[in-house]
Ligand binder design. Sequence first.
Ligand SMILES: C[S@@+](CC[C@H](N)C(=O)[O-])C[C@H]1O[C@@H](n2cnc3c(N)ncnc32)[C@H](O)[C@@H]1O
Length: 361
Amino acid sequence: MPVHNLHNKPFDEGTQDKLELYREYLREWLPVFIHGPSLNSINVFDFFAGPGFDMDGKPGSPVITCEEIKEALIKNDKKGVTIKVYLNEKDSDKYNSLLHYVEEQKATLPKVSFSTLQKDFHIAFEEWSPDMHGRVANLLFLDQNGVKEISKPIFQSIIRLPKTDFLFFISSAMVNRFKNQPEICERVPVTDEDYSRMNGTNVHRIVADSYRRWIPDGLKYYLGSFSIRKQKGANVYGLVFGSGHPLGIDKFLNVAWKHGGDANFDIDNDKIDPSQPSLFPEMDKPSKISAFEKELESAILCGHLKTNKELYIFSLQNGMLGSHARKAFDLLIKDKKLPKQALHISYDAWKKTDVERVILK
Ligand SMILES: C[S@@+](CC[C@H](N)C(=O)[O-])C[C@H]1O[C@@H](n2cnc3c(N)ncnc32)[C@H](O)[C@@H]1O
């Protein structure tokens, strides 16, 4: 399988989109734990860190991490917060330039402690695993090349960690292209039925969704995804996000919806032009939202969803925000599809803060 070296040319738009999602999630994630109940440390792990920059000096993930921590500490400084940054990069040239960058950062980030390794991902993961346990919060960024590093044991050990969110990259187009190679079959939970539904556009949605199969029964866990297509190329790849907490996935989805929902392109071929609204507002609605409205309606009518909290969780599990569920619910009332008095949903009480309070209990 081909391995691309991301750093011997300027980052393309797809790579920049990926890094922008990482940046925005980090921006949401850091304050939650800086302000939250006191922890021994807030840990950011970047296992495939690269040298820090692309050829043109555009920031890579380690630089983004440091920039966002600096900003977060300016805005949210709180005594006693310890932040640890863990950076691993296997390639020696890239590692050396990474080290150089880290040395420079130590002066401007005195509250942050840095650990660096120049090891294969699996060795680094094992070495740093003990630091992921205890009174800590972890964010793991796993920007692998291709598809092969996030094996089932790695995935399952990550999702069992408390207070841990992860973002990993996967080249889904490669999964589709090399589906007959044993390396692929062993490394991703994709089935023959998945392959039969795959096309060049939906491939990342299907690959990302297939990871649900690796979540053990009974474990509450939330997965999200974002598909990325390079503007000129046909290759679709993207990010898979995971969190054991509804607020984690809520924050990820908020970031994702700022960038179009679950893709940086018109994944459902909706061809909506906001500058030219059609006569029928329904036609200006993305298919993903229309499909969700239908699913929500039937889940309520069949009695599967009975409370605010259930509606909220249902929306997150479907890659949608609480605000989408609220609008869908409003529409059902407006269209008189739901006899309101027959519902157990105390809809009037639905405010995001209420929902958060319920969930945080
Ligand atoms: C996609 S790039 C990551 C880019 C980085 N996040 C950035 O923003 O610049 C993947 C990086 O992981 C390194 N790498 C590849 N295989 C690795 C492995 N098995 N263990 C550790 N690092 C690896 C590569 O040298 C490369 O720099």
